[in-house]
Write a protein that binds this ligand. Structure first.
Ligand code: AMP
Ligand code: ZN
Length: 503
């Protein structure tokens, strides 16, 4: 029998409330996530968002839901066209480079794969069909080969952004569309007739040779990949079903998601999305990140500085999604220490198991201690319950560290049978976190190292700094590096520097 999932609540930008998620189809959450515009390497702001989406997806799965997710790739809009023209390559070749990088980054950061990654350029036929329907229903009109959404035809236009239609500024849809003739300056483009700068990037349509606007692709691809609206390859407005969840960064609430609602509800006459979930922005050193301010990073930049993917993942996932994340290099250094702490803990457990396995005297099969089992199970329950409350990752992480600290305090009484239960608990938490390295090799660090660390801790307590430093040097000789933090000391295998060969 299938287990009933744990109740999950999330902040819905539409109702502005924290709501219980009740999927349309029992236990299956259909989720559409606005994906990258593939014109540049993803920056760490994008990465914060993709890590958030991953935590959301993994949490739902851990709580007992099945997730069906589509993440779109925006491969035709002003920036991708400009980039391809500048490099004098085809749009496909230009966007492939950045699409590849996006997928590599997801892999590096241990982000789970979505079920679908549709591209706008592979859905032009469906986009044209969708626009045709909008015209038929009186929500769109054609002018000089361009097609616009008629905002005044959709009463609920401001329901997500909270902006009344009448308060929208005259050039609300942005500078990029000013060059087009519209009935109303607030209307936005669904189809853009070819302009000379587009070169050979255009498709035939009933209105002109041209290309889709940005917003329409998400209405089309969400309906196509997550509902029955495109059954048998044709748009069927009767078979659309409200999609459970839609994610994006807060910058997308207006105009992108506002326009998506107008398009989809205009065509289907039904609620488009039940739960809108938006992730706050990332700042760098307290400021907006920008190339010109010199505080702009991609994942590659951070890896080149020597930070590990797991520390980077930790630095991005540890802030609540509704909070702005202030990224600093110092935070990343701290994150690196956190990962070392987790590794030390797993090492300690693996070492107990290894020792028990290698003992020559046969021991009676012992059972794990009831108390330890309970500590582990309670920690997992607490961890899941905290995530189930609007994805409270900071508190869930605290629960995990509390668990680690409790076990560390009882280190001397932990036996092999107990460690397996402790590892089970950690593995359950890691289904969401994706941070642990459970396969660490233990044979290349001898017991003497731990005796020395203990001796040094005692020396430090007595403020015998001379002895502490001497032991630090001794351990360095053995290839072990020590990291002293306010609370405790961690150790790690020193990185061996390979001499670069001279060319
Ligand atoms: P883009 O590639 O610009 O279309 O953005 C992809 C996703 O990243 C969108 O959901 C954006 O809202 C999100 N995003 C862009 N900049 C940031 C930022 N500084 N912090 C967090 N998310 C961002
Ligand atoms: Zn979108």
């Amino acid at each position: 029998m299938e287990k009933t999932p744990i109740i999950f609540t999330i902040s819905n930008s539409l109702s502005k409330q924290v709501e219980e998620v009740i999927p349309k189809e029992e236990n299956t959450v259909k989720m559409y996530s606005c994906g990258p515009t593939v014109y540049d390497f993803p920056h760490i702001g994008n990465i914060r968002y993709f890590v958030f989406v991953d935590i959301l997806r993994r949490t739902l799965e851990t709580l007992g839901y099945k997730v069906i997710q589509a993440v779109n790739l925006t491969d035709v809009e002003d920036k991708t066209i400009k980039g391809a023209q500048k490099e004098k390559v085809s749009l496909k070749k230009f966007t492939e480079k950045y699409t590849k990088c996006f997928f590599n980054d997801l892999k590096t950061l241990n982000i789970e794969e979505a079920e679908f990654y549709p591209k706008a350029t592979e859905n032009i036929k469906e986009i044209i069909e969708f626009i045709t329907k909008l015209i038929e229903k009186g929500h769109a009109y054609e002018k000089d080969g361009n097609v616009y959404y008629k905002i005044s035809s959709f009463e609920d236009y401001g329901k997500l952004s909270g902006m009344a239609l009448s308060s929208l500024k005259q050039n609300a849809q942005g500078r990029l569309e000013d060059e087009y003739e519209k009935d109303d300056p607030r209307d936005f483009a669904l189809w853009k007739a070819k302009v000379p700068e587009d070169g050979d990037i255009f498709w035939d349509s009933p209105w002109s040779k041209g290309r889709p606007g940005w917003h329409i692709e998400c209405s089309v691809m969400s309906a196509k990949y997550l509902t029955n609206a495109y059954k048998s390859g044709k748009l069927n407005t009767d078979s659309f079903e409200t999609i459970d969840m839609h994610t994006g960064g807060v910058d997308l609430i207006f105009p992108h998601h506002t326009n998506e609602i107008a398009q989809s509800e205009g065509v289907f006459g039904k609620q488009f999305i039940k739960y809108w979930v938006h992730c706050e922005h990332l700042l760098v050193d307290g400021k907006k990140m920008s190339k010109s301010a010199g505080n702009y990073y991609t994942l590659k930049d951070l890896l080149e500085k020597g930070f590990s993917p797991r520390a980077i993942r930790y630095a991005f996932l540890s802030t609540h999604y509704k909070q702005q994340l202030n990224f600093t290099i110092k935070n990343l250094e701290n994150a690196e220490n956190v990962i070392t702490k987790l590794d030390n803990f797993v090492f300690f457990l693996n070492r107990i198991i290894k020792k028990a396995e290698s003992t020559t005297t046969p021991v009676k099969q012992k059972k794990p201690k009831e108390e330890i089992i309970k500590i582990g199970e309670d920690a997992v329950t607490e961890f899941k319950n905290l995530l189930a409350e609007d994805l409270n990752i900071p508190k869930a992480l605290s629960a995990m560290f509390e668990f680690i600290n409790t076990i560390n305090k009882r280190a001397k009484e932990i036996e092999a049978e107990d460690t397996r239960r402790i590892l089970d608990a950690l593995q359950e938490m890691d289904k969401v976190l994706g941070l642990f390295d459970f396969e660490q090799e233990t044979s290349d660090v001898d017991d003497k190292v731990f005796e020395l660390i203990e001796e040094r801790n005692k020396a430090r307590q007595k403020e015998d700094w001379k002895k502490a430093d001497k032991i630090r040097d001794e351990l360095k000789e053995k290839g072990i590096e020590l990291i002293d933090t306010k609370e405790e000391t961690y150790w790690k295998k020193a990185k061996i520097k390979v001499k670069e060969k001279k060319a």
